[in-house]
Write a new protein. Sequence first.
Length: 214
Amino acid sequence: MNSRRGDVLPRILTDGDVADFRERLCEVATRIFVEKGRDGLNMRTLARQLGVSAMTPYRYFRDKDEILAATRAAAFDRFAAALEAATATTEGDPVAQSSAAGEAYIRFALGEPNAYRLMFDLAQPGEEDYPELARAVTRARRTMTIHVEALVAAGLLEGDPVLLGHVFWAAIHGVVSLQLASKLDAGPDFETIRREVLRLLIRGAMPEGAVGGS
């Protein structure tokens, strides 16, 4: 045996080990971001909360921006997958598909509030420098407009489907953000407000003459 007595040979990490640690690191980074903001997230704090040396995170990521990009990409992918799965079972019925997408959006936002905040509350410069993040963002945005395209194609709504999709998203995001910030406790409940917002938006986007006949 060539090693000196008492020496400990470093364990060779498997792909699974690397993937598991990266996932755990991203989970901790998300929590720190939500609790302390972008400035409160740094490699030393990450290492301390993970119980590893200060240099360990650098074995997996170049810097905190790369960590944030990877964490956000994973969140956007989970979000998109949830909406895709929900709408897949209602294909061919644009109304049911739109409803399923909306319900899946709410389930994700309220079920993964930290990931939701990291996705939409963080303005990360140079997103295009992180191909996986750019791909995941594009995928997620597509899930928020494709069901609106179906409603427009069926003549149920009128307008640019991409613009309408962003209008619906902006409105629902506002209601969700208020709910996550516990700002709706004193008034009508979250679900009542959400349904009224959607009713008014849908009514406003209906083709001329459709409202009066409904």
